[in-house]
Design a protein around this ligand. Structure first.
Ligand code: LMR
Length: 398
């Protein structure tokens, strides 16, 4: 039967990352995957993460299995990091939570949970555009995926369009929201927009899944970046959170995150957790422990935590500096276009507005790799390559 298995399509992000690896040109530039790079273009292991690792080794940390839900101390710290110390649902013990295989694993587990417990035919609504993987995550779990308006033709957040789509969706749909640093657009709702979104979702009786993959990357301040989540959590929504520590702790390959659902009371939270365990056990039994122990170590120690906050802020700052540099280089390279959106956008990505054909030309003719929706990972830009990138963009797009 294997001879009849057809070739699968390449992933819209990771497939291009592979094409970059295969490219033999020495001056190739990787702006594909949302993974932080330092000023020299190298991956950066946060010093606090290194310190936490040393402590685990010094302590002789064993490699025993975690329970099905993961490392309990990590979950406590992770939830407080996301929802904030003042969160009512947390202090009332009514948040059901499990450790997950980073944000993707959290979204997929949420999707499986929805497929099992929401009425058949429930649709998941994702922003137009969204992170491409959101769509197969929900479809693979058996949910229909629909789009809500997000980015207007003027490149700004289309709040009226989104509010209308929330009201028109059948009550009891799942709305997938990006907590901050929207991927791929880098365009976030304002605090006033979030209040309106929250009111509209409540009025329409929708469920919410907040995907928080970039906490700390929007403003450099993890607490501030969770403001929308805190607003939603206090407003009394049917709310779930997919939390990732890949980007903000630089723990990409450790696959550490969480899925949590805000429940009505502790008894409901306990029932929900019991069902999450029934989904996890036959799928991967229990999550990996190393990344969770690292996050727990950093978040449990006040000094390490303070140092971590500085490290996270420095990543956000470098990216913001690179936005300004890239725009300056585009202008120096003679571009006649308005690139101000690149500095207006926040988070790890710039949504350039380049067409798929221009993206293809950038990759084929200039060895500058990006996703074909025109998204570039600003983390891949540095002082050495900004001029080369700008010249290539001007060559294909003017
Ligand atoms: C991205 O959007 O580049 C990241 O979230 C990495 C991924 O898994 O796609």
């Amino acid at each position: 039967y294997l001879s009849k298995v057809p070739q699968g399509a390449a992933d819209k992000i990771l497939g291009i990352a592979q094409a970059f690896q295969r490219d033999e040109r020495a001056d190739k530039v990787n702006l594909v995957v949302g993974a932080y790079r330092d000023g020299g273009g190298s991956p950066w292991v946060l010093p606090t993460v290194r310190e936490a690792e040393q402590r685990l080794i010094a302590r002789g940390q064993n490699k025993e299995y975690a329970s099905i839900v993961g490392v309990p101390a990590f979950l406590d710290r992770a939830l407080e990091f996301a929802y904030g110390p003042g969160c009512t649902a947390l202090s009332e013990g009514r948040v059901a939570a499990v450790q997950t295989l980073s944000g993707t694993g959290a979204c997929r587990l949420a999707a499986d949970f929805y497929a099992r417990f929401l009425p058949p035919g429930t649709a998941a609504y994702v922003s137009e555009p969204t992170w491409p993987n959101h769509i197969p995550i929900f479809e693979t779990a058996g949910l229909e995926v629909r789009k809500y308006r997000y980015l207007g033709a003027d490149g700004r957040f289309d709040v009226e369009g989104m509010l209308e789509d929330i009201g028109q969706a059948p009550a009891g749909s799942v709305f997938v929201l990006h907590a901050c640093a929207h991927n791929p657009t880098g365009v976030d709702p304002t605090a006033a927009d979030w209040k309106r979104i929250s009111d509209a979702l409540l009025a329409a009786g929708q469920h919410i899944l907040v995907d928080m993959a970039y906490q700390g990357f929007a403003s450099g301040d993890a607490r501030r970046d969770a403001a929308a989540l805190s607003l939603l959590a206090e407003a009394g929504h049917s709310l779930a959170l997919a939390q990732s520590f890949a980007k903000n702790f630089g723990l990409y390959g450790e696959r550490v995150g969480s899925l949590s659902l805000v429940c009505a009371d502790a008894a409901e939270a306990s029932r929900v957790e019991s069902q999450l365990k029934l989904l996890i056990r036959p799928m991967y039994s229990s999550p990996p422990i190393h990344g969770a122990l690292l996050v727990n170590e950093v978040l449990s120690d006040a000094a390490l935590r303070a140092q971590y906050d500085d490290e996270c802020a420095s990543m956000a700052r470098r990216i913001s500096d690179m936005r300004a540099l890239l725009v300056a280089e585009l202008s120096a390279a003679g571009s006649q276009r308005d690139w101000s959106h690149v500095t207006d956008q926040i988070g790890m990505f710039a949504y350039t507005g380049l067409t798929a054909a221009q993206c293809d030309a950038l990759m084929e003719e200039h060895a500058v790799y990006l996703t074909r929706d025109g998204r570039i990972s600003m983390a891949g830009v540095n002082e050495q390559n900004a001029g080369v990138i700008a010249a290539a963009i001007v060559a294909v797009a003017g």
